[in-house]
Design a protein around this ligand. Structure first.
Ligand code: NAP
Length: 333
């Protein structure tokens, strides 16, 4: 019996925020898996900022070709398998793409242990682009230590939420920056930040000066632009600035605004270091063990926002840039 696949393809490259004209929905009937393949039903897709840059020609992440299925990491369920590695009912993680079902080589999928956490946790708290990214950036790049004053930008988003919690659970005092009073409440009430700064309504510089009078030891930056300069001006001696991302800049990668106050690095004996999560693959087992322990022990409080319907994928992607979600943004096809 054929399985109907609904998938989102790229029709034209966006300029700025992608609109509905950039995409088209296609429907295909999938047959049975061939040798080595599995038929997967997609359960959740991770809505990630790299998907936006992958829509551009010459992207750092593999560019989506015109007519190609839009890139996305996801978790799904095996419906049928022609591989010894997977059986019907298994939960899997992989580069599933913006679609409802797919045939994929079993070797390209990771079989998940979803006995005490839902499979979608492997996109969120334990996910490559969320939990593992936050852990690698905060622990390995930021070298967060007990008693440090840590600032996180886009703190109420996916990576930011886990970055706040990793720092807090390792004994730091965490200040989160996010847009709007509801997000500030989430930072303080759910994530245990000592304070949240609402960059849309507060004077960020004045609030940082007040909350981190002795200087900031670690800045985990997801946003770039003006916020990076405001923090650079308030770093402690020996501070570490972690460049995780710069979401304020992704709509025009040919004109990224760099930090004007970079000489503060010299004045404060500070460092600014970027990373991509895959540079830290050697630490994934350690990261997953620590995050998994916290998650199962009830110490991680990453909220989820789940958008339903594969046709709403473009809308979900744009939410990353308009800030319409709290915590991990997922799509259920
Ligand atoms: P997310 O934080 O869940 O969503 C993005 C958030 O950014 C939004 O919720 C929005 O929150 C904020 N934002 C958007 N435009 C902004 C602007 N102009 N100024 C200030 N804030 C803005 O997304 P995510 O997937 O967790 O990604 C967060 C960052 O991590 C991104 O920069 C991404 O590229 C990076 N990342 C890096 C790696 C790596 O390997 N280095 C891996 C994964 C992700 P507000 O409502 O607060 O504005």
């Amino acid at each position: 019996m054929a399985t109907t696949q609904r998938r989102l393809v790229l029709k034209q490259r966006p300029s700025g925020m992608p609109d509905a004209d950039c995409f088209a929905m296609e429907t295909t009937d999938l047959g049975a898996p061939e040798s080595g393949q599995a038929l997967i039903q997609v359960e959740h897709l991770s809505i990630d900022a790299f998907i936006r840059t992958a829509l551009d020609e010459g992207s750092f992440h593999a560019t989506v070709p015109i007519g190609g299925t839009v890139t996305a990491l996801g978790v799904g369920r095996v419906l049928a398998s022609a591989s010894d590695a997977l059986a019907p009912g298994d939960a899997v993680f992989g580069p599933l793409g913006a679609q409802s079902h797919l045939l994929m080589p079993a070797a390209a999928l990771r079989k998940l242990d979803a006995t005490d956490v839902p499979p979608r946790a492997y996109l969120g708290a334990l996910g490559l682009t969320t939990g593992l990214t936050a852990w690698a950036g905060m622990v390995r790049v930021g070298e967060v230590r007990e008693g440090n004053t840590v600032v996180v930008s886009a703190a109420a988003g996916a990576v930011g939420s886990v970055a706040c919690e990793v720092a807090r659970l390792r004994g730091a005092r965490v200040i989160g920056i996010a847009g709007g009073p509801e997000k500030v409440r989430y930072l303080q009430d759910d994530l245990g930040c000592v304070a949240g700064i609402d960059y849309k309504n507060d004077d960020v510089g004045a609030r940082l000066s007040e909350l981190a009078a002795d200087g900031i030891d670690v800045f985990f930056d997801n946003v770039g632009g003006e916020i990076l300069d405001l923090v650079l001006d308030r770093m402690a001696t020996g501070a570490r600035i972690v460049i995780c991302g710069a979401i304020s800049q992704y709509h025009d990668m040919s004109a990224v605004r760099g930090p004007a106050l970079y000489l503060r690095l010299a004045e404060r004996n500070a460092s600014m270091r970027g990373f991509t999560v895959t540079h830290h693959a050697g630490a994934f087992a350690e990261a997953e063990a620590e995050l998994g322990g916290w998650l199962r022990g009830g110490d991680l409080h990453l909220r989820e926002t789940i958008v339903e319907g594969i046709e709403r994928f473009p809308e979900a992607l744009n939410m990353l840039f308009t800030g319409g979600h709290i915590g991990k943004l997922l799509l259920k096809p």
